[in-house]
Design a protein around this ligand. Sequence first.
Ligand SMILES: [Zn+2]
Length: 512
Amino acid sequence: MTSLTGAGEQRGAEVVDEPGGTLPTSDGGERISPSEQTTIQIPAQHAASAGEQRAPLAEALRVASTWTSAHGPIVKKVALGMAVCLVGVAGFAGLRKIADAPADPGAPGNTAQTPGSDSTTPDEAAEGVRRAAAGQAVLQKMADAIQEESKASFLSTIDPKATEFDELARTIYSNLGKLPLATFQLRYVSDDTGALPPDRKSELGGTESWLAQVEVSWQLTGFDTKPARETLPVTFVTRDDTTYAASFSERFVAGQRRPIWALGGIEVAKGEHSLVISLDSQADADEYATVTDRAVESVTKVWGKNWKKKAVVYLPAKQTQMESVLGAQPGTYTQIAAVTMAELDTPLVGAPLRIVANPKLFEELGKQGRRIVLTHETTHVASIATASPVPLWLAEGFADYVAFTAVSVQDESAAKELFKAVRAGKVPKSLPAPEAFAASSAELPLAYESGWLACRLISEREGQSKLVKFYRAVHASKSPTGLADAFRTVLGTTEQEFVADWQKYLKRLAGV
Ligand SMILES: [Zn+2]
């Protein structure tokens, strides 16, 4: 997590995963056979912003594999988790750091900004405008070539001496051709003449070379209502009176996100409700699309049809690619199974949402674990949990409620830590506070299990539709008393009364 991360959490539950398949249950979910078990432990990990708008929500899984193959059944303990992090905002901060140096990147409609501000002389300003015009012309040609599907035209914008970049440029061109692009735009934002060191400049040669920040925006047909946006550092070089692009990756700042299609060759699989963009040639993207389709259907069964019913899943091949997509510090997501993020510099409602999976951990999770995580994440997508005032106990409890409704899990496993506490006489005094979801919190499993069973109590007592209505009421509220109002108007109770009922419910479930 970055320093911008406000809080985090972790929680545990166990899922029994039968390698041979699943058994249908009367409630439409799937019960996993207890024979030939794989035990999956599911702690969640969350970190949420203290601010109003939450950024990416991540499903983490800690893989603590214990293999006991001596007596037939293989027991694999996998810990799943969920995290909410401020990755989008961190990316934004990283961008500001570099882009602010030459000019204000936030100024709307600015396509040609000049380097420096106070210290810029009229000559320098004119030079900046000239560079911006030359750079933007190259970018426009690139974007046109993508739309016109003209590979030759696209490649003519690439520096003929940049052999390494030429290879990546070909990959990018091919990748973009695989995506259902509604729009693709490149906008010259700012430049910094001092960004390239002298030795790099001499290596580039030509009459002039410089580094510019370029905003790339792209929208997926049928999936995005607004374009995704990222900022790429583009190196330009002018030789023989022609300006070319020579790199898309110089001077990346930690925390700066990169588009998945600029990280390597992709495969794209389209399901009925899903789009899987995979950097992992070993992974079965079609299978991920199928699982995501099922997750969308599971979420729709609970949440209702009033959402886009679409999910985009990114499947990086390597941890570093996952970090690049998320704009995260190295090692941040080693234990994270998946992250739901808004692919914008600010996590606004309507921002394109992506579920970013960690393929290694997903692989180790097994079929049921993947379904649980993807269903949990898709719930966040449907309910736009990246930009919601819903308290964490409700956001995560509800996502688990949906996931565990789709894939049935034994209470003893799914609420293990909570039952242990209740049996020890430590019945929670209140619904978990945001701090209980902190990554450093020792009460992470309790927090998740508490949120889940609070949601399940509402559903059992009032009906599932009331739970959804309650969630929606809190989500839509603009008032600081939104939660209390929803308790009163939707559930006809107060939080205090509800907590008392919930404590009784927990005791009953735990058998005390
Ligand atoms: Zn979550």
